[in-house]
Every structure is written in structure tokens, then in C-alpha cells.
Design a protein around this ligand. Structure first.
Ligand SMILES: [Zn+2]
Length: 413
């Protein structure tokens, strides 16, 4: 018998959570540590308690809600996502994976299912990078991908550190070492999420089984040339930082275009110049370049090529270049057995499914470092996300949560 998710409950809870926002509906804004973020997490904890799940919260704020199995010593099956939201976001990103997991558990409970393995819902803290400029803070710490001392020293735009924030919220000094989970802590991890791209919606396919997750490297480039009067400094004497930066941005584009891998992408998303006056030669250019791929070697090859291009360009233009790699995450390959279980579960429910790549990254990217991992995608209208008009249909949400319920049943029985 296939699980039947209580869609009315699920849609209602999505709306309740959407109303916990720093901005009025339809805008959802829940930046890490805002009142809305803390209240949303509190609300989810209450829902978990209502389902008689055992609650635990770690030192950084990741929430764990466990449905104990009849053999609790076995590694649990984990599922979950996040409830924080960037400014001016919609109500489905992350939330579908958290509330959809609770709805899945609710339906399994309602039919009297007794899991042999425990099932644990994880609500990851700070998936979005809004406050500290780094995505998946909770997942990174949990998987050990981010050192705890580096995390505590992260600062926001007001120069307030994570250490200070945690101190203010919990009223004590917080050590984060206890957040790290060892490899093998979980038998598997599944994240249900809206696609945030148009493939499923366009093709009319109900379920995406994510087989790989692209990962970013972020390169910060600081170019320092020589400024001067736009009229007085003649062209042979110029060391224009902006023009060097322009060449670097084009070199980044070319590195991705000429990569052997179809999934290589490079984006210069930050480009600031100083002094920024029409009659002054720019003496400084600050760039940030995001390079991604599903293939680690191809991504790192592109990154290296960009770095050597920067050295060549800055040398030729007699501009000094300082570079720093802000993060260099490994892409994830999802677990083939979990993917088969997703395909099979979709088939049981009479739903179409498609193997696909996640080009955005999620907590699943980091969970893949400690346990077999896969993601379940559902379509969202026109692939729109991170906007108030982000929309996933009730049917799509019900499909995703039902497939998750089937997968959890299979893995926990
Ligand atoms: Zn998300």
C-alpha cells in the first residue's frame, strides 16, 4: 500500500510557516538569527513534538527530530532541508523538504508503520549565505567540511561574529566541535526540494532523482594598478585595474566555455572598482568569481586556468594581483541504490521520474561526505525560485512528500 500524505495539513503548515516572515506576504524573508528565523525553527520544533519525535538541537542550531526505530542501535535514515530564506524569497524553497518530511512521517504513523531503523528529520541551520556569506553553514559544520574555529570567526555586515551571535542567543560560550557527525552516523540522507530550475516543469515530469550535485569554488581577486587623472595619464603609462579585471572576467568565461565538461560554468558576480569616478583611472578592481561543475577535476582545471590567466594578465599590464580561494567544495555523486529506490517509489505511485543534475547546491552536498545521499526534486513553476512568486503546485508537493514517504518506508523497514 502506498502512503497517502495529508495534503491539507501540509499546505496549511506551509502557509503557517510562510507567515513567519520579516516581510508581509507573499514575501518570505527569514535571515539567520532574525526573529522570524528563530520563530520558524521554534514552530517546526513544536510540530515535531506533536508527532512524538525525539528532539535534539546541536550547538549551532541544527534541529534533529527522531522517530525511534524498533532497532534504535542501527544507523538512522535522515531526511530534511532548511527553513531560512533569503530576503524577498518565496515559501517553498527548503520548507517543502522539512514539512514534506514531517507529512511523510505523519502518513507512515497513521497507517501504523513501525520503522526498524530510526528515521530522523534534520532542519539545517543557515542554508542561505545571507548573514555570513557562506551557504550551508549547518551542513558544512555537521559534515566536518568547515572547521569550527573558522566558523566561529565568521562575521556579518555589522562585524558581529558567529561566536558573538551564539553567545547572545544561548547566553553562554558555545563550542562547535560537538556538531560534527562521523561518517556512518546515518545509513542514508534524502533531501526533498523544489527543482529551482525549469526542466521538470517544462517536461511535465513529476519527480527528479538527483544523481549529482554541482559544487562551487569561489575565487576572490584583488587587482591593484595605478590611478591618475583621466586626461593627464597617457595610454602607454596606464596600469588600469578595471581593464585587467575585464580581461580576467573574460578569461573566466573562456575557461568554462572551453572546458571538456558540459557542466562547467564560471561567473564573475562581483566586480567593484575604485575610485569609481569618470575622470579617474581605476586603481583597484575587486572581483569574485564562482566556478562550478559536477566533475571535481574539470572544475579545478578551470579554476587553475583562471588563476594562471590572472598571473599572465596582471604581469602584462603591470598590475598586482592577490587571489584567495574562499571555498572549494567537492561535487557530490548520489548513491545509486538510493536513486533506484526513488525511481521505484515513484513508479509505485504511478509517477514519472527523471535522473537529473542539481546545479544549485544544498545541504545534501555536505551530507554526501558522511553518508549515502540523494535528492528528490519536484517541479516549480517556470523554474522560478528565490522570489515571492516561487510556486510549486499542491499536486507536485503531494507527489514529492509521498515519494519521500515510500523511500523512507523502504529504507527503514
Ligand atoms: Zn533550498
Amino acid at each position: 500500500m502506498a502512503a497517502e500524505v495529508d495534503l491539507d495539513w501540509l499546505l496549511q503548515e506551509i502557509d503557517v510557516l510562510a507567515a513567519i516572515s520579516e516581510e508581509p506576504a507573499p514575501v518570505v524573508t527569514r535571515v539567520l538569527f532574525s526573529e522570524a528565523d528563530l520563530n520558524a525553527r521554534q514552530h517546526v520544533k513544536q510540530l515535531c513534538t506533536g508527532l512524538r519525535l525525539n528532539l535534539r538541537e546541536d550547538a549551532v542550531g541544527n534541529i534533529f527530530a527522531r522517530w525511534d526505530g524498533t532497532e534504535p542501535e542501527l544507523a538512522a535514515i535522515a531526511t530534511g532541508s532548511h527553513v531560512d530564506a533569503i530576503p524577498n524569497a518565496g515559501k517553498f524553497d527548503g520548507v517543502v523538504g522539512v514539512l514534506g518530511a514531517l507529512a511523510a512521517i505523519r502518513s507512515l504513523q497513521a497507517e501504523g508503520f513501525k520503522p526498524r531503523r530510526s528515521i530522523e528529520v534534520i532542519v539545517f541551520v543557515a542554508e542561505e549565505p545571507t548573514r555570513f556569506g557562506i551557504g550551508c553553514l549547518g551542513g558544512r559544520l555537521l559534515s566536518g567540511a568547515l572547521r569550527t574555529d573558522r566558523a566561529l570567526a565568521l562575521t556579518d555586515d555589522d562585524d558581529k561574529s558567529l561566536r558573538q551571535w551564539l553567545h547572545d542567543i544561548y547566553g553562554r560560550e558555545t563550542a562547535l566541535d560537538s556538531v560534527v557527525r562521523e561518517r556512518g552516523s546515518y545509513a542514508g540522507f534524502l533531501e526533498l526540494h523544489i527543482e529551482q530550475g525549469p526542466i521538470l516543469d517544462r517536461a511535465g515530469i513529476a519527480i527528479g532523482a538527483v544523481e549529482s550535485i554541482a559544487a562551487p569554488a569561489t575565487l576572490r581577486v584583488q587587482l591593484t594598478g595605478e590611478g591618475g587623472h583621466a586626461g593627464a595619464v597617457l595610454m602607454p603609462d596606464r596600469h588600469d585595474a578595471l581593464l585587467a579585471g575585464a580581461e580576467v572576467a573574460l578569461a573566466a568565461e573562456q575557461a568554462a566555455r572551453e572546458s571538456q565538461s558540459r557542466d562547467s560554468v564560471a561567473t564573475t558576480g562581483v566586480f567593484r572598482i575604485k575610485p569609481g569616478a569618470v575622470n579617474s583611472v581605476p586603481f583597484r578592481a575587486d572581483l569574485e568569481i564562482d566556478v562550478r561543475d559536477t566533475d571535481l577535476a574539470a572544475r579545478d582545471t578551470a579554476l587553475q586556468r583562471i588563476q594562471s590567466d590572472i598571473a599572465r594578465i596582471s604581469h602584462r599590464r603591470s598590475v598586482s594581483a592577490a587571489t584567495a580561494i574562499l571555498n572549494q567544495d567537492a561535487p557530490a555523486v548520489c548513491d545509486p541504490e538510493l536513486l533506484k529506490t526513488i525511481d521505484h517509489s515513484a513508479a509505485i505511485l504511478g509517477l514519472t521520474s527523471l535522473r537529473m543534475v542539481s546545479r544549485a547546491y544544498h545541504n545534501a552536498l555536505f551530507m554526501a561526505q558522511i553518508c549515502p545521499t540523494a535528492m528528490i526534486f519536484i517541479p516549480c513553476r517556470n523554474g522560478v525560485s528565490h522570489r515571492p512568486d516561487e510556486y510549486a503546485s499542491p499536486k507536485a508537493i503531494s507527489n514529492g512528500s509521498s515519494v519521500l514517504a515510500e523511500v523512507l518506508r523502504k529504507l527503514a523497514e
